[in-house]
Design a protein around this ligand. Structure first.
Ligand code: DQA
Length: 149
């Protein structure tokens, strides 16, 4: 398992509050449950899921920098930073690996300020609106892209 390719899954601000945060939009599953599901799906797919959450832009950027040359793929829900962060975009641009942008809600169905993503045009793929299921779809898609590469 140590030899399995690593996929870094990054959760942005306020996602540590999943389960309690606006459950009508984001559902009742907690971040710990999502991470546990990602780790066990990763094992089945032959991938190691490394998970990281921060409410701080700089911490997310530093985690992306650490992934350089180490991780074979990145799945990121930048949360509110999706719509604002050129710095996270720039950090992701340094990586030369498949990048999946994911959102629990369908950001295009919500307020206009959520329609703009700073990373959509540099992502390999985007998943938006499947709720927690989206993370598992992202992981399966990542495994498929790696198999085909
Ligand atoms: C989100 C959508 C963002 O607009 C919002 O700021 C979030 C979560 C989502 O997963 O649907 O925090 O990324």
């Amino acid at each position: 398992m140590e030899n399995y390719p690593k996929v870094l899954i990054i959760h942005g601000p306020n996602l540590n509050m999943l389960g309690k945060r606006e459950p009508e939009i984001y559902g009742s599953t907690t971040l710990d449950e999502i991470n546990a599901n990602l780790k066990s799906l990763g094992q089945k797919l032959g991938l190691v899921a490394e998970t990281f959450q921060s409410n701080y832009e700089g911490a997310i950027i530093e985690r992306i920098q650490e992934a350089m040359g180490v991780c074979s793929g990145v799945i990121i829900n930048p949360a509110a930073y999706t719509h604002t962060s050129i710095a996270i975009r720039d950090a992701l641009l340094m990586l030369d690996v498949p990048l999946v942008e994911i959102h629990l809600s369908n950001i295009y169905k919500r307020e206009p300020f959520r329609h703009k993503s700073m990373i959509a045009d540099i992502a390999t793929a985007q998943i938006s609106g499947f709720g927690v299921q989206g993370y598992l779809l992202a992981m399966e898609g990542m495994a498929g892209m790696m198999r085909d590469a």
